[in-house]
Write a protein that binds this ligand. Structure first.
Ligand SMILES: [Zn+2]
Length: 438
């Protein structure tokens, strides 16, 4: 190298370079929950979500589409066909990466391996591993080159999955590693191989915030699980978290300016795009696949079973489900977790489909007999109980298996030996008998 050439190179290397800034758009969904068709407010539906995605993609140069878990479970097609058609249709959205939610476990961990095989996008999950250190989703993270930016996407799942959000047989030999620690380890591996680190997390809001606060290498957290959109971006020292409403009624759009030298965000703008089926033209290819799968279940679920004189919110339905459990099984008490109630019932004719949407899980009703003094506090509350009398209590097998948690009964060791069949069938039979809900 000549001296002149050497000087030129040295000067370039030493001069204070203006930071190189590149643009990146992240489109994101979470908790779509197999809602193939629009809800009663005409929001959502896979064909309309696909159309919204296509529209946003047409308006960005460098774009990546992510899903933060719980693609499946919520409607009859998912329940009856154990989620796989939902992954098949979602392939048409053009996701770049997705992570696992707790409800991906609902059909057992083996089914997750079918989802991963079916997905034409990367499925990443860093903290679900077995004793040999293998990852349930196959890989912890992926690096996607977009517009000259190496975008690292780390998948991560709720730290309390086992013992709170899934039963032991669904989780099988897999353990969930601590969220923040796992992300910190992955981020350290990715620091020199990427320009921007994104966490794709199906998490409690507090876990997502903790990542942004405690792992400064992570610039963006795309979050799922809460089902309720953040009112605004969660921001920690220039690092950001975003989450949209469940059931595919919203698409998130983050427009970012990335400082390629510092590997940090220079700016971020967030927009929530409503998926309005009254305004969007459905994507024809997705609409065809949705119609194909819905036709398979229609005979079973599009059957009138009664009438609701008023709109039934989740809280109303919780009380109705408990009443149905008591009346159908002759139990003294019944208790169901509000998290089990997944949808509302609009006023008017009620189809069996509504009951499937309220109770998509194949949970069984189980019954135990207990002394008044042994009854869980949550059940006893507001009732005159004889501590020595024996009472029967009905709940779900899910609650029985996770009874100690605050979301469930806060009890230990209660046995529920009698199985009274699927909770959904109990409610369907009860509705058919009642016909009209005042
Ligand atoms: Zn969810």
């Amino acid at each position: 190298m000549s001296l002149r050439r050497f000087l030129a190179v040295a000067l370039v290397a030493c001069s204070p370079l203006a930071a190189e800034i590149r643009s990146l758009t992240i489109l994101h969904t979470n908790d779509v929950h197999a809602h193939l068709m629009p809800n009663d407010n005409h929001l959502g539906g896979f064909a309309y979500l696909a159309s919204a995605i296509r529209h946003e993609r047409a308006n960005c140069t460098d774009c990546i589409l992510l899903n933060a878990g719980d693609l499946v479970q919520g409607t009859p097609v998912s329940t009856i066909y154990h989620g796989l058609p939902v992954y098949e249709i979602a392939n048409l959205f053009g996701y770049d990466a997705a992570t696992l939610g707790n409800h991906e476990f609902d059909y057992g961990w083996q089914r997750i391996q079918d989802f991963v095989k079916t997905a034409k996008f990367s499925v990443v999950s860093a903290n679900v591993v077995n004793d040999q250190g293998a990852f349930l989703a196959g890989k912890p993270y992926v690096i996607k080159p977009v517009g000259g930016i190496r975008v690292a996407v780390i998948g991560v799942l709720l730290g309390d999955l086992a013992g709170n959000l899934a039963t032991p047989e669904k989780v099988g030999p897999w353990h969930v590693l601590p969220v923040v620690e796992t992300v910190r380890k992955c981020a350290a591996e990715l620091r020199d191989k990427s320009d921007l680190i994104v966490v794709l997390g199906h998490l409690h809001d507090a876990e997502a915030d903790a990542i942004l606060q405690q792992v400064p290498d992570v610039s963006v957290a795309i979050v799922g699980h809460a089902h309720r959109a953040y009112a605004k971006l969660h921001t920690f020292d220039g690092r950001i978290g975003a989450l949209v409403t469940s059931y595919g009624v919203e698409l998130g759009r983050l427009d970012l300016q990335v400082d390629m030298t510092a590997h940090k965000l220079k700016s971020a703008e967030w927009k929530i795009i409503p998926v309005d089926s009254n305004k969007l033209t459905p994507d024809p290819r997705v609409a065809r696949d949705v119609a194909h799968w819905e036709a398979k279940v229609s005979k079973l679920v599009d059957v009138p079973i009664g009438e609701a004189k008023r709109r039934l919110e989740k809280k109303d339905l919780q009380a109705l489900v408990e009443r149905a459990m008591r009346e159908q099984t002759g139990s003294d008490f019944a208790w169901v977790n509000l998290g089990n109630i997944r949808d509302v019932v609009p006023v008017g004719r009620v189809l069996a489909r509504a009951i499937w949407n309220i109770l998509p899980f194949d949970n069984a009703v189980v019954i135990g007999k207990f002394k008044g003094s042994q009854l869980p506090l949550k059940v006893r509350e507001g009732h005159a109980i004889d501590p020595d009398r024996e009472y029967s209590l009905a709940t779900t097998d899910f609650t029985a298996a996770n009874q100690s948690t605050p979301e469930n009964l806060r009890t230990t060791g209660l046995k529920f030996p009698h199985d009274a069949g699927l909770l959904r069938d109990v409610l369907l039979d009860w509705f058919r008998k009642k016909k009209v809900i005042e």
